[in-house]
Design a protein around this ligand. Structure first.
Ligand code: CP
Ligand code: NVA
Length: 304
């Protein structure tokens, strides 16, 4: 099966992926579950963590990875995405792809006839969020009723966080400036999932101080994402600074709250040095957890 967004996963499936990720964290080597499997890793945009985690995950699980960066293959240039997908489907057992437009993932999935994993697109970053859930769990957080507050730009990361939070019964608060709210379809899906389970909540606000009150997890991301072509930093700097995670915002959260950032970070913008380097920050555990979570994702897609 494909993993393009999280909304097709049931609660039990998400919990199992996190459990497997915990297992892989404790037992890093000696697995052969991808023996004789080849996985294409396509990167249309730069990546440090996602590229390293998937490349290592595939190889540490006994598989073979083929890394392909933009400009090295004919993805939508000189050859349609559909034809590239048809060819890739003859060579590899799965495709992991970071793309500029979500539609590219849908085309790879439709025409490739092998599972496709979203390694970030303009709309979603599901694999990141599965690693974030592991980070929350290993810091003693119970998902049900957890207050997760995201500050900043309503982007791919916030979109996927809302869906994960809804699946696991969290109280998710997304604090963004007006006109920078998360994607409407993802909001709708999150609300549908909350209604389905009868647990959790989703609140959108433009008041970061109220949002931070009694938070268990504070999360932020860059104010301009890779897929944002029209945002100007001088405009953003007029609107976003009050959404920065700093000591003052952190002081409003619970005493044992943790701080997450998917990285790369613009220190001094969405998060201060004091916070990202502080005791409550778990961002480097979170980055490491990409490796363990991505193994669990690969296991999951080949079992379904
Ligand atoms: N968090 C994340 O996806 O990082 P990279 O862009 O380095 O892969
Ligand atoms: N929202 C960021 C995430 C980077 C991992 C981006 O898309 O650039």
């Amino acid at each position: 099966m494909d993993l393009l967004t999280l909304w097709n996963l049931e609660r039990e499936e998400v919990l199992k992926i996190i459990e497997d990720a915990e297992y892989f964290k404790k037992n890093r080597y000696g697995h052969e579950i991808l023996k004789n499997k080849s996985i294409a890793l396509i990167f249309e945009s730069p990546s440090t963590r996602t590229r390293m985690s998937f490349d290592l995950a595939v190889n540490e699980l006994g598989g073979h990875s083929l890394m392909m960066n933009e400009g090295e293959i004919h993805l939508g240039k000189k050859e349609s995405i559909a034809d590239t997908a048809r060819v890739m489907g003859r060579f590899v057992d799965a495709i992991v792809a970071r793309v500029k437009n979500h539609k590219t993932l849908e085309d790879l999935a439709e025409y490739g006839s092998v599972p496709v994993i979203n390694a970030l697109c303009d709309l979603a970053h599901p694999c990141q969020i599965l690693a974030d859930l592991l980070t929350m769990k290993e810091n003693g957080k119970n998902f049900k009723g957890l207050k997760l507050v995201y500050f900043g730009d309503g982007n791919n990361v916030s979109n996927s966080l809302m869906i994960a939070g809804a699946i696991l019964g969290m109280d998710v608060v997304i604090a963004t400036p007006r006109s920078y709210e998360p994607n409407g379809l993802f909001v709708k899906k999150a609300l549908e999932i909350i209604a389905k389970y009868g647990e959790g909540s989703l609140t959108l606000t433009d008041d970061p101080e109220i949002a931070a009150k009694d938070a268990d997890v504070l999360y932020t991301d860059v104010w301009i994402s890779m897929s944002d072509k029209n945002k100007q930093m001088d405009e953003i700097l007029k609107i976003f600074p009050k959404f920065q995670i700093n000591d003052e915002i952190l002081s409003k959260a619970k005493k044992d709250a943790i701080v997450l950032h998917c990285l790369p970070a613009n220190r001094g913008l969405e998060i201060t040095d004091e916070v990202i380097d502080g005791k409550q920050s778990k961002v480097f555990d979170q980055a490491e957890n990409r490796l363990h979570a991505q193994k669990a994702v690969l296991k999951y897609i080949f079992e379904h």
